[in-house]
Design a binder for this molecule. Structure first.
Ligand code: NDP
Length: 338
């Protein structure tokens, strides 16, 4: 069983060599004394920014650190080879937390979802139909409470979550602008995902002036993915009673000292509601989410861009590439296709 394991806890910007290949023996049978376990063959693995936090030795986080010497854990799509849980049968397809390895024993099926709809690419269950899709859905509809005609700004807008937030906002009749880190991504935002406008934040020196240019009448909703200087500039440009869904702050994940935010007083003067959230608290909405999003995909009203890396061995560079923006769209690693 080929595995990708964390070599040691990481400080600062992660390197490919922080995750190394190991082989082990695995029994492709669930333990005799289990009643809630599955053994799976991993097909697609998801690279997600929150995994950086698990590579550090931290205490008191919402999720435990990885164990050095053990496989990386992440979301994935897999086929069940053996099961001791009555709801999962040999041959079923599932998505949920699994190991970065060819085969995994998943000791509890809590948080494992059976895949019922296979008329879409299976890899979508790492992205649009999985955790990032739920994040965009819960963050945008539940926290931002959007109304037709409102102005919406999305950062890291071409990524797994952002590309969907922008499309949901357009379907809602909002005016949407996204920021991303290259000309190619800016073109995607405008021409593929239907954002009204977009800019390359790496070419802007004064984010406050940039946002004033794109939002002369201010921002009603900010879907926050990056934090730092962008958040500070957004606060200055928010409208009265604006909403900020704090989804992530990727610009801070590799810093040993997080940057301070200067303009929080705007929360008071503009009566802004800024709320953090974790997608894990919204999985009860998954059936409703599928009912909404599957038809939108089938009718071509929503599109999704993936960045596919081939082979388990490509995992470390694919994961680390998220932090320099090398991925274009949802970063997926293919372990096996069948
Ligand atoms: P993406 O697919 O968007 O990949 C990460 C992107 O972030 C990169 O492609 C890059 O794009 C951008 N980026 C990297 N470093 C920086 C930086 N220093 N400053 C600005 N942008 C940067 O990731 P996801 O869509 O999966 O995740 C987006 C955000 O949502 C993350 O912050 C993540 O932690 C968060 N998240 C939160 C969840 C929750 O439950 N709250 C659940 C899932 C995700 P570019 O080229 O544009 O710079």
């Amino acid at each position: 069983n080929k595995q990708m394991v964390l070599k040691n806890y990481v400080k600062g910007f992660p390197k490919e060599s922080d995750i190394i290949l190991k082989t082990s023996i695995i029994k492709l049978k669930v333990p005799d004394d289990s009643n809630d376990a599955v053994v799976v063959k991993n097909l697609y693995l998801s690279c997600d920014p929150y995994m950086r936090g698990r590579m550090s030795e931290t205490e008191g986080s919402y999720i435990d650190s990885f164990t050095p010497g053990s496989p990386i854990i992440g979301y994935g799509v897999a086929r069940v080879l053996d099961s001791s849980h009555p709801n999962f049968k040999t041959g079923d397809l599932i998505w949920g937390l699994t190991g970065w390895e060819e085969y995994s024993l998943i000791k509890s099926t809590k948080g494992v979802f059976k895949i019922q709809h296979t008329n879409v690419p299976l890899s979508y269950y790492t992205g649009i139909l999985g955790m990032p899709g739920m994040t965009a859905y819960a963050g945008f509809y539940e926290l931002c409470l959007p109304k037709k005609g409102e102005t919406v700004f999305v950062s890291a807008a071409s990524g797994a979550v952002g590309q969907l937030v922008g499309q949901f906002a357009k379907l809602m009749g909002c005016y949407v602008v996204g920021s991303a880190g290259s000309k190619y991504k800016v073109d995607l935002l405008k021409n593929k995902f239907g954002f009204d406008d977009a800019f390359n934040y790496k070419e802007e020196s004064d984010f406050n002036a940039t946002l004033k240019r794109y939002f002369p009448n201010g921002i009603d909703i900010y879907f926050e993915n990056v934090g730092g200087k962008m958040l500070d500039a957004v606060l200055l440009n928010m409208n009265l009673h604006g909403r900020i869904a704090v989804c992530g702050m990727i610009s801070q994940y590799n810093l040993e000292e997080p940057e301070g935010v200067q303009n929080l007083f705007c929360l008071i003067t503009k009566r802004i509601r800024m709320e953090g959230f974790l997608v894990f608290d919204y999985y009860h909405l998954y059936p409703k989410f599928l009912e909404t999003v599957l038809p939108l995909i089938e009718e071509g009203k929503i599109t999704y861009v993936e960045d596919i890396a081939e082979g388990l061995e490509s995992g470390p560079s694919a994961l680390i590439g998220l932090f320099s923006g090398r991925n274009v769209g949802k970063q997926v690693v293919v372990v096996a296709r069948e």
